[in-house]
Design a protein around this ligand. Structure first.
Ligand SMILES: [Zn+2]
Length: 184
């Protein structure tokens, strides 16, 4: 096993309802296809992926160096959450991800730290001018709950409502896009 010094969190930048209803394995296969076919990598870039319902799937073998942050792949584990399309680095976790993903990510980080020790946990946007993963990881870790952009804890019911509204908005947008174009 290679030496692990850090875990870096990402988002797939997909919409909340992307491949809704498909098993997480199919979603992982699609991301793998992007990375292998479109980018020419040897395998999917991330080591773990977390679905909207909190299911955790394996990506690239942990034994192998990932492809997720330029210049910081050696010694790190890449964890990506499905979602985060249109996010900014100032968003709250709950703006882009589900409560189930919050719990699953915390559990995965705890499991990995149990195995590899108290390694550094960061987000992609701490290494590059990117929104990914769509929240600021140090704030999120400190609060122990989804952090808001203003650094104040929001009631859980509000977080859940925001997530549901985002999902409804996305489903509505998808439905509108599927309507036949009246001019064609
Ligand atoms: Zn990223």
């Amino acid at each position: 096993m290679r030496d692990i010094t850090g875990i870096i969190i990402h988002a797939t930048a997909t919409r909340p309802a992307w491949m809704h209803g498909a098993p997480v394995a199919s979603k992982v296969a699609e991301v793998r296809r992007w990375h292998v076919k479109d980018r020419g990598w040897s395998d999917i870039g991330y080591h773990f992926l977390i679905d909207r319902d909190g299911k955790v799937a394996a990506g690239r073998s942990l034994e192998r160096t990932g492809a997720h942050v330029a210049g910081h792949n050696t010694g790190t584990i890449g964890v990506a959450m499905f979602g985060g399309h249109g996010s900014t680095e100032r968003d709250a976790f709950a703006d882009n991800f589900t409560p189930a993903q919050d719990a699953a990510l915390r559990q995965l980080l705890a499991d990995l730290q149990e195995r590899f020790g108290p390694v550094e946990i960061t987000g992609h946007n701490q290494y590059a001018a990117k929104a990914c993963p769509g929240f600021y990881v140090p704030s999120w870790l400190k609060t122990g709950a989804p952090a808001s952009p203003r650094g104040t804890a929001m009631p859980n019911a509000v977080e859940v409502a925001r997530w549901r509204l985002a999902a409804i908005r996305d489903a509505a947008n998808s439905a509108l896009n599927e309507l036949p174009n009246p001019e064609s």
